[in-house]
Design a binder for this molecule. Sequence first.
Ligand code: NI
Length: 133
Amino acid sequence: MKIHHIGYLVKKLPQAAQAFRALGFFGQEDAVRDEERKADILFLEKDGYRVELISPYSGDSIVAGLLKTYRNAPYHICYEADDFEADMQRLEQTGYVRMGDPQAAPAIGGRRVVFLMHAAMGMIELLEREQNG
Ligand code: NI
């Protein structure tokens, strides 16, 4: 598995993106709306680091709850799977608990993602590898 991105919660996406750009981050111009998670998502990168800015657009978004806890802050590292099913199983056998079923991520080309929780390490995201990519 390789690190794909760092998920970063932000309350105000345009302002946060502007602040990241001022630090030299570049990339995607317009956020993608994720109707499932009720959040707007924008990917930026710098020096080989990819950051996913995530901002809830509705109070009942799962992300809104996280934002209350963490405020503007990084909150997960996403790993790109070599083999999505096999990696998910292996993680579950080594202390990770899956948080729900895998879901398509509109902001990442519809690739499947799943979040897993580890008692000693917190939350990670597992991302399906790009098909034919
Ligand atoms: Ni993510």
